[in-house]
Design a binder for this molecule. Structure first.
Ligand SMILES: NC(=O)c1ccc[n+]([C@@H]2O[C@H](COP(=O)([O-])OP(=O)(O)OC[C@H]3O[C@@H](n4cnc5c(N)ncnc54)[C@H](O)[C@@H]3O)[C@@H](O)[C@H]2O)c1
Length: 312
């Protein structure tokens, strides 16, 4: 099994984003040599590690067309893409290019190499849509209900097929609701932000009964590294979650308690198009790689609150 150490040359596509910046930070603690490829103008997520990494500013597809050398790496963590269901509904063409186009271009670049790096691909729980049964297992039907879910599913199937046919070493993580410092969208952040903006009244999308499995970002990073080093890398997929389902109402209650605020709470009823109702996740396959979720939701929210109050 490969390991990550000071000799490891690692590329993180989309590494200037939320999860990628935490992954880069962690890989630096292992003394790995980290390159980030990302077109993002705003480098605030990685400003503190810029002296220790190589940053290539650019779109992955353009870089590959210009001859970007993938053979220089031992591992590629492929995080570049759209991470937001509503954006995929508003602009499915962008989502298609960012998720499927990027992944396909990357696979084509890898296919022609003699010794291609190991690819760790980032997919999403959105591939399941509204699950037919819970907890959701990897072998359950995948019936996405958003353009985002479709592009992620198509991308992960290409990844698996390129493993099977061309022998690439690949593994895919189906990440559920990741959260943590530096994330500036999705339920955990949005609820806190709205509470801080208006401590008297909190409007919540849905009826509060929608349920998610929230996973703290350092646990996602742990899962990425376990998958890179301990999976067979023959195209497998792994659910990546905490294994605990929490309703939005429970999340709201927890935020009110941790912030000490007591707003009037108004549930708006309707959910956004493309958003599933209820997620509860079976993570036994990932546990077999040695993964163990370490951060409870309450502790994770405390870290987010500390970051929010220090930065925003
Ligand atoms: N955050 C979550 O809860 C979650 C859950 C499941 C899957 N994911 C997936 O994990 C990955 C990272 O998510 P995140 O939350 O850190 O998102 P993010 O938006 O913070 O980071 C994604 C990064 O990808 C970059 N990017 C987009 N298109 C690119 C391109 N063509 N070439 C190079 N870089 C490009 C963006 O500039 C951005 O910095 C995404 O693929 C996302 O779909 C996230």
């Amino acid at each position: 099994m490969p390991s990550i150490n000071r000799n490891s040359r690692i590329l993180i596509t989309g590494g200037a984003g939320f999860i990628g910046s935490h992954l880069a930070e962690h890989l630096l603690t292992l003394d790995a040599r980290v390159t980030i490829l990302d077109p993002l103008e705003d480098h605030s997520n990685i400003a503190h590690i810029l002296p220790d990494i190589q940053l290539i500013k650019g779109n992955l597809i353009d870089q590959l067309l210009q001859g970007f050398e993938l053979a220089d790496y031992d591992f590629i963590f492929h995080l570049a893409g759209n991470n937001f269901v509503p954006r995929s509904v508003e602009n499915p063409v962008y989502d298609f290019d960012a998720n499927l186009g990027c992944t396909f271009a990357l696979l084509e670049g890898l296919r022609v190499l003699k010794t291609p790096p190991r690819l760790i691909n980032m997919s999403s729980g959105a591939v399941y849509g509204n699950p037919q049964r819970i907890p959701i297992c990897e072998d359950d039907p995948t019936l996405p209900i958003s353009p985002y879910g479709v592009s992620k599913l198509a991308a992960e199937r290409y990844v698996a097929v390129y493993s099977q046919i061309y022998g690439l070493e690949t593994v895919t993580l189906r990440v559920f609701s990741a959260y943590g410092p530096r994330q500036r969208k999705l339920a955990v952040y949005e609820l806190l932000h709205r509470l801080k903006q208006n401590p008297q009244r909190l409007e919540v999308i849905g009826d509060g009964q929608q349920a998610r499995d929230f996973i703290y970002v350092s646990d996602v990073v742990q899962a990425l590294v376990k998958a890179a080093c301990h999976s067979p890398a023959k195209g497998e997929v792994y659910n990546t979650a905490s294994g605990k389902s929490v309703s939005i109402q429970q999340l709201v209650d927890l935020w009110c308690r941790l912030t000490g605020l007591n707003p009037e709470i108004v549930y708006l009823g309707k959910v956004r198009p493309g958003e599933p109702e209820r997620w509860q996740v079976d993570i036994r396959r990932l546990l077999q790689l040695g993964f163990a979720p370490l951060i409870s939701l309450e502790d994770g929210l405390k870290y987010v609150l500390e970051w929010y109050e220090a930065n925003l």
